[in-house]
Design a protein around this ligand. Structure first.
Ligand code: AMP
Length: 181
């Protein structure tokens, strides 16, 4: 299974992607997790990404596309993967198409987890991540609307988009996902 998770910050992409990846024994590839780890370890990528992540802005495409290329070229992606947090804008979606063509893979489905904005803010405030303060949350939601939400139409036009109600208890969302995949 090769799956792309879309959805606003706080929609539960990370939680659901991790659960499904475990159930299906395939890698969960989260650009946010990779970037947070790089920042914590102060790697060159982390040092370049930090100010963007802290401000709730997108990390420049060149950096994220390069890290994704490196990750998808690892041998553990042969049997499938779940992408969480990538692509985040149209140029990343184009880059993903190119990258997948190069490595002879393709995605099967795109899932959009829908959650009302008020619920997202409350969830993120309760999560306590460093970039989960109110100003950064607000900015991340704006960035989502401006840059990431257009991907819904992009993938819908390819007839591979599934919409899942993410405003339910975690286990129910997992069940809806399992049923739809
Ligand atoms: P996430 O854990 O997916 O919410 O990502 C946390 C932060 O990492 C985002 O607010 C961005 O600053 C950065 N980030 C994660 N994925 C991407 C991406 N695909 N493109 C650019 N920035 C990203």
């Amino acid at each position: 299974m090769r799956l792309i998770f879309l959805g606003p910050p706080g929609a539960g992409k990370g939680t659901q992607a991790a659960t499904l990846a475990e159930l299906r024994q395939i890698p969960h590839i989260s650009t946010g997790d990779i970037l947070r780890k790089a920042i914590a370890n102060q790697t060159p990528l982390g040092l370049q990404a930090k100010s963007h992540v802290d401000a709730g802005e997108l990390v420049p495409d060149t950096l994220v596309i390069a890290l994704m290329k490196e990750r998808l070229e690892q041998p553990d992606t042969k049997n499938g993967w779940i992408l969480d947090g990538f692509p985040r804008n149209l140029s990343q979606a184009d880059a993903l198409d190119e990258l997948l063509k190069t490595i002879g893979q393709n995605y099967d489905q795109v899932v959009n987890l829908e959650v009302p904005t008020e619920v997202l803010v409350q969830r993120m405030l309760g999560r306590g991540r460093k970039d989960d303060n109110e100003a950064t949350i607000r900015r991340r939601l704006e960035v989502y609307q401006e840059e990431t939400a257009p991907l819904i139409d992009f993938y819908q036009s390819r007839q591979c988009l599934k919409v899942i109600d993410g405003n339910c208890p975690v286990a129910n969302v997992t069940q809806s996902l399992q049923e739809s995949l």
